[in-house]
Structure formats: structure tokens, C-alpha cells
Design a protein around this ligand. Structure first.
Ligand code: MN
Length: 261
């Protein structure tokens, strides 16, 4: 008997539904976010070999993995921020699994971000996008395409000068619109974090983290391949590791989309 799931299986098998990988490779070269020197830094990725078909384990290869929770393509849980610390179901292990899948709304600001590395997404930009593509549905992932993943090398990706990093992100007002009026699942970016590079100087500092996580919403950072998604119609699957009390985790983010282009 045909139903939506058997149809999905058929269309995945035939290739008429495509799986797009929104995930960056994760390894020692993965850039990590820089914080002002008074704050503790987050370590990048280290692989320490346990055995590799040798005296330590003759038939098996495995590593010990060390990194901060917020490394590479990763998920931000509400408990990550002080505004979300007392919310129910706010950590990686307690978020209901139904919230780990949702429709994607992709807002393409790649040209704007190239022209202005401190480009800020505003409510007006979001409303202009909605005038063309329809209202952002409740429970959507809103993904800001900046093509930042196409920048070569960690220095270009972080893009810092004497005033700190420069990369695009949302304004406080945009985060408020998405969190409170559109009731999104969360906000995702191709940059190293979900706030703009200069957001530490904003009022409040890091407004997207402050507002989204205070409203129980999630974040996705260091995504890639948003240029392969349509503005609407794709489905994002973003399930962090079930870390007990975890504030976030690296994850494999997949999107399902129709068609060849
Ligand atoms: Mn994070």
C-alpha cells in the first residue's frame, strides 16, 4: 500500500528526492571560534589513536576524539546560553526528537555578504523574502546563505582584523521576529557561529544567541551547500549527539530536496 513514507523511499531510490549534505568535514584543520582573551577558549579537534591493526589492537582501528561541543558543523541547544538555561527540554539529550526535523527556508544573502562582510539580516529582508516565497512556517529552520563556506582557509573563514571577526549574521530585531513571531525551530548559518562576527559589540552582545536560545530555539553553525537548496521545499534533518546535559554537538546535517537542480 502506498503512503507518504513508501513514496519517499521510492523517490529516494530513484533519485527524484536528493539528499544534500550540509556538513563540513570535521578534523584538526576545522577552524574554531575565537573569543576575547579573558574568556576560556574552545579546543579544536584532536584525534588520538587507540590502535590501528597493531599491538594495541591487532584487528581494529579507532581513535579518542577531543573537541569542544561547538566545533565545525554543529548544533546549539537552548542551554548553551544563559537566557535558555532554565527552559524545559533545553539540552541535547532532552530535546524532543520531533524537533530535529523541519522544513528549510533559505534566505540567499551571498552577494550582500560578499559586498559587506558585516552584512546584517533585518526584519525588512525577511519580509521581502516572504513576499516572494511565502510566510515562514511555524517550526521551520531559517538558513542564511552567505557562501561563507566557500572562503578558503581558516583566516579567510574567520576574517578577523584588529577589531575582531567580520562575518554576516542577523540583527536582534530579525532574531526576535523569527523566534517570537514566526516560531521557527532555529536559525542556521554557513559562518562559524549563528551571530555576526562583530556581534560581541552589539546590544545585547550576541543577540541571536540571546534571543533564540531564550525562546527555546536552536542554532546550526558552519553549514555548507546552502546554494544547493531551493528557497523553500527542502526538509532539514539535524540531530545532535544525545550528550547528557550537552550544550551542543557536532552533527551530520542532511537536507532532502526534490529534483535535479
Ligand atoms: Mn555554537
Amino acid at each position: 500500500m502506498s503512503n507518504v513514507l513508501t513514496q519517499l523511499a521510492d523517490e529516494l531510490a530513484s533519485g527524484s528526492v536528493r539528499v544534500i549534505d550540509l556538513t563540513q568535514p570535521l578534523g584538526p584543520e576545522t577552524p574554531v571560534i575565537g573569543l576575547p582573551p579573558q574568556f576560556a577558549p574552545s579546543p579544536g579537534v584532536t584525534f588520538d589513536e587507540i590502535s590501528r591493526y597493531d599491538d594495541h589492537g591487532p584487528a581494529w582501528y579507532w581513535n579518542t576524539l577531543t573537541m569542544g561541543e561547538h566545533t565545525g558543523t554543529h548544533f546549539d541547544a537552548p542551554i548553551h546560553w544563559i537566557t535558555g538555561r532554565d527552559l524545559p527540554d533545553n539540552a541535547c539529550d532532552t530535546i524532543p526528537p520531533s524537533k530535529l526535523i523541519g522544513p528549510a527556508c533559505v534566505i540567499d544573502k551571498s552577494r550582500e555578504s560578499e559586498a559587506d562582510h558585516d552584512y546584517l539580516l533585518t526584519p525588512t529582508c525577511i519580509e521581502q523574502w516572504e513576499a516572494e516565497h511565502g510566510r515562514i512556517p511555524i517550526g521551520a529552520w531559517v538558513l542564511l546563505r552567505s557562501d561563507w563556506n566557500k572562503r578558503v582557509g581558516a583566516d579567510s573563514f574567520i576574517n578577523a582584523d584588529d577589531n575582531g571577526p567580520h562575518s554576516p549574521g542577523p540583527t536582534k530585531e530579525a532574531a526576535e521576529l523569527l523566534a517570537h513571531d514566526r516560531k521557527v525551530l532555529g536559525f542556521g548559518t554557513e559562518t562559524i557561529g549563528t551571530d555576526a562576527g562583530q556581534a560581541g559589540t552589539f546590544d545585547p552582545p550576541f543577540p541571536n544567541h540571546t534571543i533564540m536560545h531564550g525562546a527555546g530555539k536552536f542554532g546550526l553553525a558552519s553549514l555548507c551547500n546552502l546554494d544547493l537548496l531551493p528557497p523553500t521545499g527542502a526538509i532539514v534533518i539535524a540531530a545532535p549527539l544525545k550528550l547528557v546535559g550537552g550544550s551542543g554537538s557536532p552533527l551530520r546535517v542532511l537536507a532532502l530536496r526534490l529534483g535535479q537542480e
